[in-house]
Design a protein around this ligand. Sequence first.
Ligand SMILES: Cc1cc2nc3c(=O)[nH]c(=O)nc-3n(C[C@H](O)[C@H](O)[C@H](O)COP(=O)(O)OP(=O)(O)OC[C@H]3O[C@@H](n4cnc5c(N)ncnc54)[C@H](O)[C@@H]3O)c2cc1C
Ligand code: FES
Length: 264
Amino acid sequence: MTAGDSAHEGHGEHWAETVACRVVAAHPFGAFAAVEVVAPAIAAAAAPGQFVMVTVPAPGFFLRRPLSLFTVRDDRVGLLVEDRGPGSRELARVAVGETLELAGPLGTPFPVEGVTSGLLVGGGIGCAPLQYLADELRRRGALVTAAFGFRDLRQARAAAAFDIERLWLATEDGSVGRPGTVVDLLAGVDAAPNTVVYTCGPLAMVAAVQRWAHEARLGGYASLEAHMACGTGSCHGCVVATTEGYLRVCSEGPVFALDTVVAP
Ligand SMILES: Cc1cc2nc3c(=O)[nH]c(=O)nc-3n(C[C@H](O)[C@H](O)[C@H](O)COP(=O)(O)OP(=O)(O)OC[C@H]3O[C@@H](n4cnc5c(N)ncnc54)[C@H](O)[C@@H]3O)c2cc1C
Ligand code: FES
């Protein structure tokens, strides 16, 4: 498929258009790479919290990989990729001028209507969807505060890829920001009663954020990760336990109400 070509794919409940997109920027940030592609149709339909299924641009990769929308600016879509395995390594290596095939936008967005104060809590690559969310909340005049936790200095370099004014950092090895986890950071946050909490990261972290928000009497939303095969609702390979039963991360999620997440 060449840049500009597209194909429709039917997969039961959802379908997604696969579009060949030209890479126009690629920058390394420690363990991560920020990649920007020209994707007008995806950009026009997208909302924060949604994701795209990305074809790994190398032989031998049958399954596409889900990646969150990191930024959406004009006709460009930004992705933040962590090198975690063979597929994401290939994606993190793409260079300007190459082509990436994206299908999306997929999944449920973060609700933002009427929000005046957002507290964005991310762990590791779970921070990726929070930049687009911060941009949207800011555009709507909301106060945005972010607390991000990273494992070590190499991961924490990703913070430089973000443009969020009130951004607090923690690292588990103490190399940057407050030593400890992002949940330790929350202990020092005095959130206004109308604050909506948005979180994304490992399930254990999301569960800790859920407990903190419950004690602080704050509501919110969590974006969950799961291994995905189809990404469009037909294989049921991505189900997670919620208080409303087993739901598919790719189609009923990835964004769920925070109080419906079932802790591990
Ligand atoms: C909705 C959603 C949004 C995501 N957004 C991003 C993003 O913006 N940037 C990014 O870098 N990654 C994101 N991921 C995770 C990303 O899809 C996986 O890291 C990637 O598919 C791993 O592929 P691989 O071939 O490199 O690694 P594999 O060899 O398949 O796995 C490497 C390691 O990552 C773990 N892993 C693999 N897939 C997942 C997954 N889907 N969820 C959790 N752990 C996984 C494996 O258990 C293993 O430990 C997202 C996942 C989901 C479900
Ligand atoms: S990945 Fe197939 S149903 Fe979600």
